[in-house]
Design a protein around this ligand. Sequence first.
Ligand SMILES: Cc1cc2nc3c(=O)[nH]c(=O)nc-3n(C[C@H](O)[C@H](O)[C@H](O)COP(=O)(O)O)c2cc1C
Length: 175
Amino acid sequence: MVICLNETLIVYGTRYGATPEACAVIQKILEKEYKILVEIWDLENYRACPDLEEFDNIILASGIEHGKWTKNTRKFLTKDLKDKNVAVFISSSFAGEEELYDHAYKNFLEDVLVEYPEVNIVAKAAFGGRVPKKELPNIAKNAIVARLPEFQEDNRNWDKITEWAHEVGKIFTIK
Ligand SMILES: Cc1cc2nc3c(=O)[nH]c(=O)nc-3n(C[C@H](O)[C@H](O)[C@H](O)COP(=O)(O)O)c2cc1C
């Protein structure tokens, strides 16, 4: 019998499906290795969100398009989250390229979170992403991407995602 110690809410916003795949990997690790019960929620497709009262620990994740989070993930940051442990990650193709990682981390993660000083951020990460094949020509036109010798359509690093899940699992289970 699995005894679940506490509950975590994962909320995400996606446009092309890459972000929830990372959420699913993180969910599995939290459940299996840390005995955390995880509820997972798509913020763009469900209007209502579960009652936050039930959760001390939250993971918020957004895909990045043209430098922007999804609408509802940004909106989620305006909730009263000062008494929660909030871990945040973004799925960004720029973050998956060595040359663009710092740019992505600063512009798409740090600069966004600084706007919400009330939110108790306990961990943050910028992961690579996956561009759907039919969208590749669009992103290739981007001035920064055009300078890269080789742009990979899927540059997610699953080891990095796994490592971060463990970091978050440890933070969420500290008594
Ligand atoms: C039209 C378009 C614009 C994009 N713009 C950016 C961008 O400005 N910066 C970036 O890091 N990635 C950009 N990406 C790549 C996405 O961040 C990547 O596909 C991500 O994994 C999407 O997450 P999602 O599938 O959960 O929406 C773009 C992708 C598309 C298709």
